[in-house]
Ligand binder design. Sequence first.
Ligand code: KG4
Ligand code: ZN
Length: 339
Amino acid sequence: MITILAIESSCDDTSAAVIQDGFLLSNVTANQDVHKKYGGVVPELASRAHQANIVPVVHTAIHNAKISINDIDAIAFTRGPGLLGSLLVGVSFAKGFALAKNIPLIEVNHLQGHIAALFLKEKNIPHTDPEFPFLTLLVSGGHTQIILVKSFFEKQVIGTTIDDAAGEAFDKTAKILGLPYPGGPLIDKYAKQGNPERFKFSRPKVGKTNFSFSGLKTAILYFIRDESAQNPNFVKENLYDICASVQFTIVDILIEKLKNAVIQTGITEIAVAGGVSANSGLRNRLRAEAAENNWTLHIPDFEFTTDNAAMIAVTGYYKFLNKDFAGQGVSAEARMKDN
Ligand code: KG4
Ligand code: ZN
């Protein structure tokens, strides 16, 4: 039996998970409310909150998994990319734990983890892994990419954002509208009650599979500024329609680029991953496009879309099978590239 404890602390969620023989036993996440009022993550506050949360979160993950601390065969952790101060808390904890228990360390790339979430299995819950090769639309707060996944550890980026990520487009729009951070889930909620065709925003021109969201952010900023100059209650009176229209525009851009990637590669095995894949508008649109274009679609369970340690655990499990271990000299890497 192989039992792995995993830690994720790259941004503002402190998470720990336990996986045994490829099946997830527990996944515990402490969110940090402290950033809400600042309109974004404050790195120093994030690392302090990780320090306060990490021991109780790990303790709960081990408890919920109904294992003993001595059953753990290896510890996996997010090495990067992410906020350096946040990553350091997880990396230091993992190194100390590995040293104390004399077990191997496994470093995990956060982006690899988001894709690995598609392979998460839980006992007694039916699950189908994506078949290689497949295309993944990876949409998070820090990244927006279309990735050709050739095997578990072999990937090729075929499209990427040249400026903001899709999650940033949601979060920055929310900030303009006076909504708290992170704005994505709130825009999603309000969009459900609004008219997506009410307001139109222009689309970026950046090639067939690349993305750009900074122009959209500026367009929304000027639009709200101009409308509010005429009617100070414009945002309040039209919040649902604004959210629905912005969400529709972001989702439509993502889908257009994904469709171009399908044409370019001829691959119809399609997956989505990352925090923005929690968005109900994106999930519904992907399902509709899959039905219309005969795609086989893989969407992670809602709880594994935003940052979590379960996705680090499943990557750690596959790396354990490959005996791909890190030494005690390993350090956090804020700008870590894919591996
Ligand atoms: O993957 P993630 O948890 O962290 C990063 O690796 O960046 O993604 C966080 C991003 C945030 O920008 C958040 O607003 C967005 O995912 N997000 C959503 C939704 N839930 C989270 N965006 C749109 N709709 C949602 N329901
Ligand atoms: Zn993430």
